[in-house]
Ligand binder design. Structure first.
Ligand SMILES: [Zn+2]
Length: 334
């Protein structure tokens, strides 16, 4: 259901763009420089998750703002403690005296995530972005977004400041086998949504399911089936996909545990790898991971695939060393 890509090459500003297939929608993790990124893709973004507001993770904010201005767009942003002030400082560095006449309204909903609760404020372009507090929820349990088909979780990592890591997980996928449906002489239609809901809720196999025919059923067709029979004959359940995004963090034991738990069984694990392990002392004072640590973490999490990014410019021309080091650790060879 997801297709994910880095927004820039690994020496440039970090960020991952995730397209939700079958929806005209995308999610962004971190807001590095987006000037080389196509505007048509930026216009699909519904939600942006920011790990922390160091410049290289947040400088793309103005670019998104500019592209979306005057359009009927609503973007939700999530960021660490202090995030609302960070966003307001960016917004109010501009003058907004001509926006009330815009036909379309561009709306930003900004969520500031704390370990105990989430604060949220909404900003409307047509109101010159004067914000209104909209909710304060709690207690916070690590879930940022829980939609019908996917869930986004976060963990607080130590980067000398709080840095949020994220996982995006598709809920299990219920596929209707159209051919089998036809062979049983059953119609498509709304009743299938009801069937999926029963499966999602985990109802017992002897639960009766009524089949609804548009314009009445053809006799002598059956109208009621057991949930178990339908699951066996016309349904295929596939596991959901999982993507995790681990940005800046020091290679401490506490971070390791949190990262491995959040990214457990990811299909793709994006993880920063700023330094080579021979420069581990420097990585530690800069509160970043080494390529070896990134590979070990992806291995510990049981990730199927690892993508490293956020390389220090000092290794330009030697990126193969970072890739080789991370891959060796990921495969348990170092
Ligand atoms: Zn940073």
């Amino acid at each position: 259901m997801f297709s994910a890509q880095l927004i820039n090459e690994p020496f440039a500003d970090p960020g991952v763009y995730v397209k939700l297939k079958y929806r005209d929608e995308a999610i962004l993790f971190d807001l590095g420089d987006l000037h080389h990124f196509p505007s048509r893709k930026i216009l699909k973004i519904s939600t942006i998750f920011i790990s922390h507001t160091h410049m290289d993770h947040f400088i793309g904010f103005d670019h998104v703002l500019r592209i979306c201005l005057g359009r009927d767009r609503h973007i939700a942003l999530y960021g660490p403690p202090g995030f609302i002030r960070n966003v307001e400082n960016r917004i109010f560095s501009y003058t907004w005296n001509l926006v009330e006449n815009y036909t379309n309204d561009f709306v930003l909903t900004v969520h500031e995530v704390h370990t105990t609760h989430i604060m949220a404020k909404r900003y409307r372009c047509r109101d010159a972005f004067c914000g209104e507090m909209i909710e304060e929820s709690g207690p916070f349990n690590g879930v940022l977004l829980d939609r019908d088909d996917f869930i986004v979780r976060t963990a607080f990592l130590d980067h000398k400041i709080p840095s949020l890591a994220f996982s995006l997980e598709e809920k299990s996928h219920i596929n209707i086998l159209k051919n089998a449906l036809g062979e049983m002489g059953l119609p498509q239609g709304k009743w299938l949504a009801g069937l999926k809901e029963k499966i999602h809720r985990g109802e017992p196999d002897d639960t009766p399911v009524d089949v609804a025919w548009k314009g009445g059923r053809p006799s002598p067709a059956r109208t009621t089936f057991s949930l178990g029979e339908l699951k066996e004959k016309i349904v295929k359940i596939t596991a959901g996909q999982k993507i995790s995004y681990i940005a800046d963090a020091v290679g401490s034991e506490e971070n390791r545990e949190k990262i491995a738990a959040l990214a457990r069984d990811s299909d793709i694990m994006f993880i920063e790898a700023t330094f080579l392990h021979k420069d581990a002392a420097r990585a530690s004072t800069k509160f970043h991971l080494t390529a070896k640590q990134a590979g070990e973490l992806a291995r510990e999490a049981g990730a199927k695939r690892m993508v490293i990014f956020h390389f220090s410019p000092k290794y330009r021309g030697k990126e193969h060393l970072l890739n080789e080091e991370a891959l060796a650790a990921f495969r348990g060879l170092s």
